[in-house]
Ligand binder design. Structure first.
Ligand SMILES: Nc1nc2c(c(=O)[nH]1)N[C@H]1C(S)=C(S)[C@@H](COP(=O)(O)O)O[C@H]1N2
Ligand SMILES: [Mo]
Length: 155
């Protein structure tokens, strides 16, 4: 059987390629979620897997852990094999900030995702669109720079 892989890249001290069985190496959490799709209605699923935060923390994001404000500039881009993708902020999953219990699920309704790849699970989302399946790329980006808007052009 071919195992799907997730590439962890970007501003990380320890970039990695992880399979779904690799993701069993972190503490596992189970969650029942209901989410609504604009086109197919409400869905109910049980997911299990590690927290995204735990997996990314081990990959060593390149901020100074003692300076909380540094972390506010970090973004996380997650993409599925079909190109569907989403941006999260580091602060969204960081225990010192919003601490959202976001999972990288290794199973859906007791079916292993070894071949399909992990699924992003955001238990608090009402809409299903961020529950991205077949995640194969996660990029941590600390290089985003805020640019002051140009001064309004004078007539
Ligand atoms: N990879 C991938 N994951 C995805 C999507 C997608 O297009 N690609 N659609 C999202 C949307 S809009 C919803 S509502 C949920 C549920 O989709 P399902 O009906 O395919 O289970 O999956 C999400 N995950
Ligand atoms: Mo959807």
């Amino acid at each position: 059987m071919t195992l799907a892989e997730v590439a962890l890249t970007g501003d990380l001290a320890r970039p990695a390629r992880l399979t779904v069985p690799d993701l069993l190496g972190w503490p596992q959490h189970q969650v029942k979620v209901a989410f609504e799709c604009a086109t197919s209605g409400i869905q109910h699923h049980t997911f299990a897997g590690p927290r995204l935060y735990d997996v990314l923390a081990e990959a060593g994001p390149r901020f100074d852990p003692a300076r909380r404000k540094d972390r506010l500039r970090f973004l996380i881009a997650l993409a599925g094999t079909d190109g569907h993708h989403v941006l999260l902020s580091w602060a969204e999953i960081d225990p010192d900030f919003a601490h959202a219990p976001v999972l990288l699920a290794v199973s859906i309704d007791d079916t292993a995702l070894d071949r399909a790849g992990p699924q992003l699970v955001l238990p608090q989302d009402r809409c299903g669109a961020r529950h991205i399946s077949g995640i194969n790329a996660i990029r941590v980006d600390g290089a985003y720079r805020y640019r002051q808007p140009e001064a309004a052009a004078t007539a």
